[in-house]
Design a binder for this molecule. Structure first.
Ligand SMILES: [Ca+2]
Length: 198
């Protein structure tokens, strides 16, 4: 579903996000762009769940170890190749054109520095877990500076990218973090964009 329209600007919290706190969000690990969901159990602490990455509250965070300590068995460094997939409730056809991250409360070494964002129009759990379903939209910075800590509990610069294709679900995966730590974490990770108008 390619779009050449500019669509409808979404207002919400934060302004322009197509992700909202009531969206279905699933934490994943040991997963890379183009690949299927890696072997995992619950790969994050019960008090630091994926929901906290999109709840609009900078004081809550999503933390993922991405290793066997929480049931995710893979070879990646801690926190790498973890993230989530999400189905926005605001519309089943949205166009993602940016990301907006906020740092968590502690451990700058756990900040995500590089990510991939993919989209799909598949809807079943089986398809959402299949690498074949996903189309790469973005691979690049989170907006969190690598050498310089932007401070804790801070929204960083929104990252914008070119995309005109509408999707119903998105998958975000961390490919690099700041330093050596046992996990990756972030207070907020919003996908920015607009509702597709056919
Ligand atoms: Ca939060």
């Amino acid at each position: 579903m390619a779009s050449t329209t500019t669509g409808t600007t979404i207002t919400g919290s934060p302004t322009g996000a197509i992700t909202r706190a009531d969206d279905l969000i699933i934490g994943i690990c040991n997963t890379t762009a183009g690949g299927s969901t890696g072997r995992s159990g619950q790969n994050y602490p019960g008090a630091e769940i994926p929901y906290y990455a999109i709840d609009g509250n900078i004081n809550t965070k999503y933390l993922n170890f991405g290793d066997g300590s929480y049931g995710c068995y893979g070879s990646a460094p801690p926190g790498i190749n973890t993230g989530f997939y999400i189905t926005p409730t605001i519309s089943n056809a949205t166009v993602a054109i940016g990301l907006l991250f906020a740092t968590a409360n502690d451990f700058p070494s756990r900040d995500p520095i590089m990510v991939t964002l993919e989209g799909t129009n598949e809807t079943t759990t089986e398809a959402l877990n299949s690498g074949a379903s996903w189309t790469l939209i973005y691979s690049g910075s989170t907006g969190i500076d690598s050498p310089i800590d932007p401070d804790r509990l801070t929204y960083v610069s929104r990252q914008n990218f070119s995309n005109t294709v509408a999707f119903s679900s998105y998958r975000l995966l961390v490919t690099a973090k700041r330093g050596s730590s046992d996990s990756v974490q972030y207070a907020e990770a919003h996908i920015m964009g607009y509702i597709y108008n056919s």
